[in-house]
Design a protein around this ligand. Structure first.
Ligand code: DGL
Length: 265
């Protein structure tokens, strides 16, 4: 029983790390499309081709379920992936709906961080139109954060300054929730937490995704157990240095304490 996780680069590790905590009796294959990272600044057409190429490689390796641990790739290709492959497939979308629901009572606004491509695709527009009847959702792309993450740039001063500039035009008193709608961004949750006013909650879709994965495996009758949290890393560019980088990024995530603390949440 091996579950495939796919992202353009290191971002999907934030989801994999949750899965390792919650599904320790599974084995995993983690695939990064290093030949084409980042996705968020490229065209929909190009990224769609990269996704099918990369997922094709994972299928050749043999997986029993697939997590598209990338909001951008999900927006572009989740339906077609499900049409093409018959295994259980879980995707991700920015957690706009729960954020709007959580903020309804307070009247505060919601700020969604995601890639440029995610924010300009019809799927995102449809999601916001469906759930944001009060018009409280604002969206902000953070392309440099993906680049920082891929370079393992976690220097607090540099990242603080980056957020300071990006958020300069937002009156944070008006916001109640920030949604991390790109799987690279939770690497910076700790820095964001320190920098944001305490009343702002930070949400991502990682725990929800792992719960959906778990439910889907049961629905497909895929038996639990059989694994012990082994992770095999792959990348489309087959760079040995990137294999080390993935290992390192996963340990950084564990050290950074950005994962959900308890299995109850
Ligand atoms: N981690 C990805 C996402 O969730 C994509 C980032 C990128 O490659 O631009 O959207």
């Amino acid at each position: 029983m091996r579950i495939g996780f796919f992202d353009s680069g290191l971002g999907g590790l934030t989801v994999l790390a949750e899965a390792l905590q919650r599904l320790p009796d599974k084995d995993f294959l983690y695939m990064a499309d290093t030949l084409h990272v980042p996705y968020g600044t490229k065209s929909e057409e190009d990224v769609k081709a990269y996704i099918f190429e990369t997922v094709g490689l994972m299928m050749e390796e043999g997986i029993d379920a697939l997590v598209v641990a990338c909001n951008t790739a999900t927006s572009i290709a989740i339906n077609e992936l499900r049409e093409r492959y018959s295994l259980p497939i879980v995707g991700m979308e920015p957690a706009v709906k729960p954020a709007v629901e959580m903020n309804r009572a307070t009247g505060k606004r919601v700020l969604v961080f995601a890639t440029q491509l995610t924010l300009q695709l019809p799927k995102y527009y449809a999601l916001v139109s469906r759930v944001d009847e009060m018009g409280i959702v604002d969206s902000l792309p953070l392309p440099e954060l993906v680049r920082y993450c891929e370079a393992l740039q976690f220097d607090k001063q540099i990242i603080n300054e980056y957020f300071r500039v990006k958020l300069a035009n937002y009156d944070l008193d008006n916001y109640g929730i920030i949604v991390l709608g790109c799987t690279h961004y939770p690497f910076y949750k700790d820095i964001l937490r320190e920098l944001l006013p305490a009343h702002i909650e930070i949400v991502d879709g990682n725990v929800g995704t792992v719960k959906r994965l778990s439910a889907l495996l049961s629905r497909y009758g895929i038996p639990g157990g059989g694994g012990n949290g082994n992770v095999r890393f792959m990348c489309s560019g087959q760079e040995p240095a990137y294999m080390d980088k993935m290992q390192k990024a996963l340990s950084i995530l564990r050290e950074k304490n950005v994962l959900t603390q308890s299995l109850q949440s």
